[in-house]
Design a protein around this ligand. Sequence first.
Ligand code: ADP
Ligand code: MG
Length: 249
Amino acid sequence: MNESKIALKDVEMRFGDVVALHSTNLQIATGQTTVLIGPSGCGKSTVLRLIIGLLTPTSGAVEFEGEPISQNNILTLRRRMGYVIQDGGLFPHLTAAQNVTLIAKHLQTFQEDEIQAKLDELCEMTRFPKEGLARYAVELSGGQRQRVSLMRALALDPDVLLLDEPLGALDPMVRASLQTELKEIFNRLGKTVIIVTHDMAEAGYIGNSIVLMREGRVVQQGTLDDLREQPADKFVSEFITAQRSLVQL
Ligand code: ADP
Ligand code: MG
């Protein structure tokens, strides 16, 4: 399917004098993995927060399945989006299981006896060890914490998954194995995924489409090959060359 699940239409986001996002048009394809990449401060997290409705555009509109997101529909739409914030955002005073089921319990999505079945399913999906469910966040490894954040985002079976640098804080070995698993999970679930990273090799490996940003603008959207072979400008080539791991590819 080529239709877009989410679209930014002339979306601008200002914080006082700071323009976090200049007027931007962006299409997010249904059932695909789109990667947002670019230097720190270029507006990646702002794009995710606009999509989930934590920010309201200064001008323009964010559309979900062709419908502009507004105060009237945001609570309904938010239930169709799972969001993993930068650094995971687990509640330290709750166990892994409590973190995962908090929102579902609040919304009374599941009966008490369905919750265990849901937890089992999510552990299976994210390969999180069940005995870890009773542990608090500090008692888990970095990779396990990310799996718990992912389980929490998947708990309501959303159509859309938004992940803000989910692998940023992990050591290289854990990161590499989680990259493989995430890609496999995304392919299997067929959800619309938007993931933020600052690593071009990760973007090329995980993403169907890469959106390279700079200083609040989208510089180019395409596959890794598009960006390598037909860079929109010098910044695209420089950004790719600066990532040494790509030199061998
Ligand atoms: P990235 O995720 O790419 O590192 P962000 O989207 O977090 O970048 O930020 C983009 C720009 O907007 C930065 O200059 C940042 O300082 C600014 N910004 C983001 N959120 C706020 C806010 N709540 N108030 C003021 N400035 C903000
Ligand atoms: Mg960010």
